[in-house]
Design a protein around this ligand. Sequence first.
Ligand code: 26Q
Length: 812
Amino acid sequence: MTRARFISPNEVAALRANILSKLTYQVGKDPESALDHDWFMATALATRDYIVDRWMSRTREAYRTGQKRVYYLSLEFLIGRLLIDSLSNLGILEEARRALADLGVDLERIRGLEPDAALGNGGLGRLAACFMESMATLGIASYGYGIRYEHGLFRQVIADGFQQEQPENWLDFGNPWEFERAEVVYEIGFGGHVTPYEGSQLRQVWIPSEKVRAVAYDTPIMGWGGEGANTLRLWRSRPLENIKLDTFNAGDHIGAVADQARAESISRVLYPADSTEAGQELRLRQEYFFVAASLADLTRRHLKQHGDIMSLPEHNAIQLNDTHPAIAVAELMRLLVDVHGVPWNAAWDTTVATLSYTNHTLLPEALETWSVYLMERLLPRHMQIIYMINAQFLDSLRARGETDGSMLSYVSLIDESHGRRVRMGNLAFIGSHKINGVSGLHTELMRKTVFRSMHRLFPDRINNKTNGITFRRWLYQANPALTDLLVDVLGDEVQDDPENVLPRLKPYANDANFRERFAQQRRRNKDQFADLVRKNMDITLDPGAIFDVQIKRIHEYKRQLMNLLQTIALYQAIKNNPNGNWTPRVKIFAGKAAASYHQAKLIIKLANDVAKVVNNDPSIRDLLKVVFLPNYNVSLAEVIIPAADLSEQISTAGLEASGTSNMKFGLNGALTIGTMDGANVEMSERVGEENMFIFGLRADEVEERQRTGGNSSEIINNSPRLSAVMADIRSGHFSPDDPSRYNGLLDVLTWHDRFQVCADFDDYWLAQSRVEERWNQPDRWWSSAVLNTAGMGWFSSDRTIREYATDIWQAL
Ligand code: 26Q
């Protein structure tokens, strides 16, 4: 891709020299014998030099101006690759391309050698990564705090149609972006006992029985335009001592390093589930480990600059990304009361004023709780603090005349109903001055459902912050062809200020010539994507077909199964009428299932079984193809999304908190088929419902059906199409080697269809028919596509972050 943009020859020469010097002196290779990977390392290291200059001046400036610091605590940062991102945000992408070409190296080839930093499961982790980039862009002095997992999210391999999990080793060849800070180390305790502090009632001394060290690794994150940069500080766990020499000398060579292995297991691997499984001890250790290190680090920084712990909330804001870091409420209290000697009530006010909490799910099974027994064993002082907070909280409610016992037991920090468990959501709620949801609908449901009583008690706390995405990665880097087109008609300004400039694209929806150019860039992206599928999977796609895409974690509530049922219905319809006037379609799926999530893994197998039958049925010709792409990750999303015509956002209404890929597709001009769920609702307000294909039960109707509904037999019997599809699956047509393979999935649909697949199926089918009708009127299709891109400006994560900064952090 050549951009008609000014390229600075001086910059090219400087970069070339710098890359060569890194190759020689840091990678230790001669250009003659350097492999592509060596060139990647050299280029990344050269790029990092540019980043470091700006990073240091930003850090100095934040210190000098005393601006408020924002800390984003997240167990997940789903970063992806950084090379193109950094070069593009620095504004030297074309210069780097030229410099490498001069050296005989193709940037497009080496960009693919960078492993994804996959330190997250899905939406929540990717949101944290978009936020880091937006905070840097907006010049907010911010730090992301998390864990430097040695193994990120597992690599998904499809073997005979089944998902297999393989370890992911992103650090094997070194990480050119990070700086190890061997001097930034904190001791983190676990277990042990608590004794009173002399002469004080509430202040205590915790004597842990076990300690590990947290070592900092810093990665600079560049903002747009190369001005702002901030720090992602990830903690690695290390033993206090590497080896017990006396044990070793006594001949116990394994025992001598056993403690080391135990300590290092904390940062070994990301939990590969996107909803809570049974609370595992290692997970709680991870949560406390990174929270304790982060709070120790930020209070040290605060004290060094301001000297007084009581001014913490004036100069710092701490955002908790879901309840995963919620133990911060108790840890901050411990630091204030036990370590700094602050009186309890003042400590509580300080804690609440500093912390805020983002909720990302309402699914009851995904709300985090920990057994009191485990907490007492692992974090005895924190358990005491939680009891104390709870006692004061419940007392204060009774003093306000709130005496309803069932209400009090519902808001209590301790759930007494199935063993005694600490409710992390309630802890995060009462320990925070602001609690936010991630879309308008989700926030409204928070107020009405899980946090109903909390909301009545604290009516000012819950607020909405609809998610956003960084346009730098998801438009400029992922889709240079569309970006060039937008720059051509709207000017360079569209890249600096898309929120205000993109709406100016609206009139172009009526411009036939512009629509043609818009369609052409899509066609080129589809051609490229089809090449990739042919090379990697040996499946030939018709680039003229509708590319119909559902890519996300596999979860029953996201209803990939409903999409597959519709795919089979389409297959049957074509087979029954081979000479009908069919619109060619490619059904594209990708996504990982949690390793222990049986139903989700079966859905992956079904997608692959359906693909096998459909793609090898000669009577279908090229009218329908089904593709399940393995190992979905950020980098794969970056190539699929710009090639998509149709975006599947079909979760059961009320269950997808926001969704963010819906925004990425819309920005790139795909049309959405979706339910009135999460951010789809706000998208429909901004791009116009007539430019989307909305169907299905609304959230309140789902709630009503779930409350009163029995089985789905009647719905199935009344839908010949759905019945035929289910019968076909049950007959073993798609699984001749194991005809009953899908009986479990079908029985759930029939007897407890919690996610309303059957209830929504016919309306989904109708919506898909409207898709074809629109597709066959290209003027209307491409007009809607342009209006999707034009209407997405508001979904920039810059807008989201500005709202956090204004309403929650007071940091702008
Ligand atoms: C918790 C405890 C133990 C193990 C794992 C977990 C865990 C890990 C990850 C629980 C949840 C998650 C991730 C949740 C998530 O990604 N939620 C998504 O967040 C997005 C950003 O706000 C929303 O757009 C999505 O709607 C929401 O599903």
